[in-house]
Design a protein around this ligand. Sequence first.
Ligand code: SER
Length: 469
Amino acid sequence: MNARELKNIFIEFFLKKKHVEIPSAMLVPENDPTTLFISAGIQPLVPFFLGKKHPSGDRLVNVQKCVRTGDIEEVGDAVHHTFFEMLGNWSLGDYFKQEMIPWSFEFLTKTLNIPQNKLAVSVFAGDQDAPKDEETAKLWEKQGIPLPRIAYLPKENNWWGPPGITGPCGTDTEMFYWTGDNQAPEVFDPKDNRWVEIWNDVLIQYLKNNQGKYEQLVQNNIDTGMGVERTTAVLSGFSDNYLTNIWQPIIKEIENISTKKYSENLVPMRIIADHLRAAIFMIADGVEPSNKERGYVLRRLIRRSIRQGKIIGIENNFCSVIAQAVLDNQDNYAGTYPELDLNENKILETLEAEETKFRRTLNKGLNEIEKDFINYTKLFENKKQEAISAEYLGKKAFYYFESFGFPVEMFLDEASFYKTIIKMFDRDEIIKYFNIEKQKHTEQSRTLSAGKFKSGLADHSEVITKYHT
Ligand code: SER
């Protein structure tokens, strides 16, 4: 099954159950300064779980564009993505688990034709905040899921939200698909990673308040989420998401440009495909590369792709060529997201400009970093490494950021080629010192600007420009 088919049949299924399709919200949250990007379909709907009336009614369905920046470091494996699409349906105080569980079962076994013996589910085990969810387990059993295939799991597995510090949340029930070669074991072992989660029904019943307590919401809601990339892969029998037709046209283009094979360059090609696809959707929603917040996330994605491109031998601008492959993917995005079509030129130009800019300093920076790391390695070998601490490396990372535009992750990626060094330090520690250094410079630059402003000078003296770049 391809991604477009999956999206269509999901939407149709819920339209038949009297849902209204709403468009995907923009990746940039409209009224929420606390989060950088929309990371789940529920996020823009939060006020409606609290009782506010949604203009499209109380049964909604959509395909939501999501970005999860917490996963950037994981990208390179077979299943993690920065950007992904999530299928979701919602009940805003309308139906609850009595309807949702049979519908979930119907969609999986009748619409997607998943054999029942390949399915298992988990439900909430119960704790001080909410009772053991035997009711949901019974609903599954009634559908035909045998008891040994129903696992009771604690909060870290079967609780979702709130999306911020406070807000709507609840226990959830997750559905797993058996991807192993053999017949699925009778007993569901959630630790066996051949069981892959494909759908999550969240029973939004509580409100986490600012004292950290869970109150009963004014209404019971449903929020479900099914990842398009993962489900498409699983249903096509792939354990590598990048083998699906969501990614293949992009991967093929990377293979063409680099004249290397995907099978021999999994990690760099996955990172490039993932990061550039995310970058395209961000630019389409108005984000521009910068050194702050969203713009900095975008910049990191583009720059990391360029660096990974070098690893597979790409020395010239290529990002906009990959972007074209994403935009033209008839199987998936072409014609479905108007913002991609409308902003095609802007997307291509932004990538081209950012790449040209970064390539001016990239090789010089890499040469210098290499020299540094060879030096450090020698110091370690001669046991004279006292001067090299996480703080020292954090400051160095900032130097590379300021002088060559290397995001801190890139410094760490480079360091990882020198195993003796990176093994000695905690990545988070280095990032911490990098951030302290960055903060110091921001403050310095602010003080300087304020000073100049007071003395009536324009804000663009040489020194200010230096601190700003
Ligand atoms: N919000 C839930 C999730 O992200 C389901 O939509 O998994």
